[in-house]
Every structure is written in structure tokens, then in C-alpha cells.
Write a protein that binds this ligand. Structure first.
Ligand SMILES: C[S@@+](CC[C@H](N)C(=O)[O-])C[C@H]1O[C@@H](n2cnc3c(N)ncnc32)[C@H](O)[C@@H]1O
Length: 283
């Protein structure tokens, strides 16, 4: 059986061969993250059923009676939650920040009538904002792409004293069925690994901010088959692998993956688990 070509692989599963070659350094990885999310901008909201549910749940942690003038949405994606934040805090200026120009351009087009939301290109690990300038920082399912220590250093720097950081992220065990199935198929390193919840708690403890709440919730998404699952991950832009260099995928390997994953089938379909962390920190 001949291996997938670059285009076959790219269009079928969304991890182009060029990603593998350029994965060597961090800047390239960030470019890949930005590019893959940018390519997913049009398809993201329709595919993001779980992501929207998680953001809505994270928003339950937003402060209700604080004075909020400046708000940041870190990793704002298509901008839907930045706009929800502007609706929630009627006199606040909200900035949606994202690494991906594709996402930012999409957000700007989609929400052009919302004049209290600005769109800003930037890296969560190096925020382009003055120290102690922000009242509230929100981030849903974006900081798992970053180094948590650097994120918290930056969040702590730009928040005003008493300001809050309300977030959701992923922890260890997320996508474990896909990871285990690929590994069993002899293809380890195709799925991102996430930090353990306890490790995340430890890093937060060292951040100097005080922990208001932090909880872990398991979510399972079901798919009719493996290809639909992989296409959905591509539509969400989450097809960048942060570490490792997966080998060329062949149709045979994909068939092996399908057979292995079938053994996990439940009544609702093929399960894919997310371990979602919700937290609120106060500076
Ligand atoms: C899964 S999407 C979540 C989007 C949105 N927050 C939501 O809940 O639908 C993750 C977003 O984080 C952005 N992102 C990833 N790493 C980033 C970084 N270092 N700095 C800024 N944005 C980043 C991606 O470009 C993407 O738009």
C-alpha cells in the first residue's frame, strides 16, 4: 500500500508533512498553531460544541459585582466569547487576543458591529499590555497550548491588584483513547500530552495569585467513526502536535487505528475524553 502523499495526508487528517519537518523549534510550533487555527476559523464554531459548552461553564466563574473596565480574552479564537464578555460588562472595553491572524480576521468580520471589542494579535506568553492595566482576564481552552508558568507570570503582571483570571484548560487524560489507540497501532507521539491536574495546581500555587476555585470535570464526546473524529479535530484546528515527529501516515496505519479504536465503541459511538480544568485566580 503506498503512503499518503503530502496532500492526501493534509486534507484527510490535517497534519501536513511540512509540520513534521519544521517542528524543531518553538517559534515554528507557534506558527503552526496559528496557521492551523487560522485554517479552521470558518469551520470552528460549527464543530466547537464542547468548546462552547466549556466556555459557558467557565463564565459561571466571572465576577458579578466587581468594577470591570478593561477585559482580556486570551486565545479568543472566533471571538464569540469576547463579544459575550462585552455584553456581560456593559461599560468595559474587551480585547480579544490571539496568535492566529486567520482567527482574528474572522472574528473582526463576524463581530464588526461590536464596537467595544478590539482584536489584538499577540502571544499569551508575552502579553502586549502594560503592567497592572487589566481588571479581568478570561481564557477558555487556549492556555493548554502554552507554558503555564509563563502564562501565569504574564497574567499576574498585567492584572490590576484584586483583578481576576477566569479560565478553562485541559489536563492529563484528555484524548487518552486516541493516544492509546495510536500508540497501540505503533504510532506514538501523534496526540498532544497535557499536564497533570496536580502539577497545574502546584504551578498555580507558586504563581503568587490566590486560588479562588479550581475543579476538574470529565467530558466525553462521541463520534460515529474514526475519520469523522479526526476531521472534527482538524475543523477545530487542534491538529498541531507540540512535541515529537510522527512518521508518515499510511492508509494501512489508518486502517489499523480504526480497528483498534472500534474495540472502544459504546452505544453512543466512539468516545473521546476531555479532562477540563476550570479555575479562578485573584491577584
Ligand atoms: C481551541 S481555540 C479556543 C478559542 C476560544 N477561546 C473558544 O473557547 O472557542 C484556542 C485558541 O487559542 C489560540 N492560541 C493558542 N496558543 C496561543 C498563544 N500562545 N497566544 C495566543 N493565542 C493562542 C489559538 O490560535 C486558538 O484561536
Amino acid at each position: 500500500m503506498s503512503p499518503y502523499t503530502l496532500d492526501d495526508y493534509s486534507s484527510e487528517l490535517g497534519v501536513p508533512r511540512s509540520d513534521v519537518a519544521s517542528r524543531a523549534n518553538k517559534v515554528s510550533v507557534k506558527r503552526l498553531i496559528a496557521r492551523n487555527f487560522g485554517r479552521a476559523a470558518q469551520s470552528y464554531d460549527a464543530a466547537a460544541v464542547l468548546q462552547h459548552r466549556v466556555a459557558a461553564r467557565a463564565m459561571l466563574g466571572l465576577p458579578t459585582n466587581a468594577v470591570v473596565n478593561r477585559v482580556l480574552d486570551l486565545g479568543s479564537g472566533t471571538g464569540i466569547h469576547s463579544v459575550a464578555l462585552a455584553d456581560r460588562y456593559a461599560s468595559a472595553l474587551v480585547t480579544g487576543l490571539d496568535l492566529s491572524m486567520g482567527m482574528l480576521q474572522f472574528a473582526q468580520r463576524q463581530h464588526s458591529s461590536c464596537n467595544r471589542v478590539r482584536w489584538c494579535s499577540g502571544d499569551i506568553e508575552s502579553l502586549p499590555f502594560a503592567s497592572e492595566s487589566i481588571d479581568l482576564i478570561f481564557s477558555s481552552l487556549a492556555i493548554q497550548w502554552c507554558n503555564l508558568e509563563r502564562v501565569l507570570d504574564e497574567v499576574s503582571r498585567v492584572l490590576k491588584p484584586g483583578g481576576q483570571f477566569v479560565f478553562s484548560t485541559l489536563s492529563d487524560g484528555s484524548l487518552h483513547e486516541l493516544n492509546a489507540s495510536w500508540t497501540q497501532a505503533g504510532e506514538s507521539g501523534r496526540v498532544n500530552q497535557f499536564a497533570e491536574f496536580e502539577k497545574q495546581q502546584e504551578i498555580i500555587h507558586r504563581s503568587g495569585m490566590s486560588l479562588n476555585s479550581m475543579s476538574l470535570q470529565t467530558e466525553v464526546v462521541y463520534y460515529p467513526d474514526v475519520i469523522t473524529m479526526l476531521r472534527s479535530l482538524k475543523a477545530l484546528g487542534v491538529n498541531t502536535v507540540l512535541e515529537g515527529t510522527p512518521s508518515l501516515l499510511t492508509r494501512r496505519k489508518l486502517d489499523v487505528l480504526k480497528d483498534i479504536y472500534e474495540s472502544l465503541r459504546e452505544l453512543s459511538g466512539l468516545p473521546l475524553t476531555y479532562q477540563v480544568v476550570y479555575g479562578t485566580l485573584i491577584k
